[in-house]
Design a protein around this ligand. Structure first.
Ligand code: KG4
Ligand code: ZN
Length: 352
């Protein structure tokens, strides 16, 4: 079995071909970083236009690299949401056109399900497992029970974690995207030189909050002597910021493991996904907790943690195997929670 996957929900234009047994035949990702960098963040209209002008070439490239003809495909899978709607429409229309022209089954994939099922593409794991999804648009703790079956244990009540990294970087003049820049600079700094809060630490439940941390970074910067920021201060603030985030994650994830284990006593795997999963301090905090709690810990390789189309093709394979085909009348969804029973949180589903 071979499925073509397409991803255009944020600022990556991506296409991939993946086989039924999880072999990635091609995985092409074109980042729009350069287009958005001058604005210090993603501009939805620019993103949609960049998807329109590049997607055809990216799909052709993925098919060539996979040495696959359209007639050899078994289905086409595309991110149907949640995400920036202009981009999602570009991907969905392209996938529908390919499906109609080649008479192939069409699969509309929830982008978050793409992230959530990635560990089953990279590792041999069974349901259920606990997932921490940490990206520019999402911060969620989910119990993954099966394809299409998720229970949300926690989410952010304000900013997403990647957003907090990006805004901190912007305040410190470190450019966009902020996560990798903050991490790099933090390596030269000392946590504790400045003092930042650990929002919700010690509280019941598994929700997150990052807006107070972001504000605390701003007030810390404002209290410094006027003039250009010193590199040493920037490094110390980044180190403290990263330590605060890691502390909060330790606390929230420990609570989530308790809840997960009481719902799914047979589950013993914890997985992290999303762009922020690239952060070494966060990965080691998670791996420590997993050790303490006797859980297996899986972090997919970085290129499969960040947005890509291999994860969409793979989610397509999982759904196709279960006969979960969609109609060509599918309407792109800007919001599409994985767990429809969870109360909606502000900003959830805007961007994955
Ligand atoms: O999953 P992703 O590639 O895109 C979406 O948000 O959908 O995640 C991007 C986010 C950005 O906020 C970026 O700053 C953050 O992941 N990020 C990191 C690191 N690398 C990327 N955050 C912290 N440390 C990193 N090393
Ligand atoms: Zn994503």
């Amino acid at each position: 079995m071979k499925i073509l996957g397409i991803e255009t929900s944020c600022d990556e234009t991506a296409a991939a071909v993946v086989t039924g047994d999880g072999e990635i035949l091609s995985n092409v990702v074109r980042s729009q970083l350069e287009e958005h960098a001058p604005y210090g963040g993603i501009v939805p209209e620019i993103a949609a236009r960049a998807h329109v002008s590049t997607l055809d070439h990216i799909v052709a490239d993925a098919m060539t690299k996979a040495a696959t003809a359209y007639e050899e495909l078994d289905a086409v899978a595309v991110t149907g949401g949640p995400g920036l709607i202009g981009g999602v429409i570009v991907g969905v229309m392209t996938a529908k056109a390919i499906a109609a022209a080649q008479n192939l089954p069409f699969l509309a994939i929830n982008h978050l399900e793409g992230h959530a099922l990635t560990p089953r593409l990279t590792d041999d794991i069974e349901f259920p497992y606990l997932l921490l999804l940490v990206s520019g648009g999402h911060t969620q703790l989910l119990g993954v029970e099966g394809v299409g079956k998720y229970c949300r244990l926690g989410t952010t009540i304000d900013d997403a974690i990647g957003e907090a990294f990006d805004k901190t970087a912007k305040m410190l003049g470190l450019g966009y995207p902020g996560g990798p820049a903050v991490e790099k600079v933090a390596n030269n700094g000392n946590p504790g030189k400045f003092s930042l809060p650990r929002p919700l630490k010690g509280r019941e439940g598994c929700d997150f909050s990052f807006s107070g941390l972001k504000t605390a970074v701003r007030t810390t910067v404002e209290k410094l002597p006027a003039g250009p920021l010193k590199n040493a201060d920037i490094a110390d603030i980044c180190a403290e910021f990263q330590a605060a985030v890691a502390d909060v994650i330790r606390d929230r994830v420990t609570n989530a493991i308790m809840q997960f284990k009481s719902r799914f006593p047979q589950g013993n795997t914890m997985v992290v996904a999303g762009g922020v999963a690239a952060n070494t301090a966060i990965r080691s905090a998670l791996s420590e907790i997993a050790d303490t709690e006797n859980m297996r810990f899986i972090a997919p390789p970085h290129n499969l943690c960040t947005d890509n189309a291999a994860m969409i093709a793979w989610a397509g394979i999982e759904r196709f195997k279960l006969g979960l085909i969609d109609q060509l009348g599918f309407a792109p969804r800007p919001r599409w929670p994985l767990d429809p029973d969870a109360p909606s949180a502000p900003f959830a589903g805007v961007k994955a």
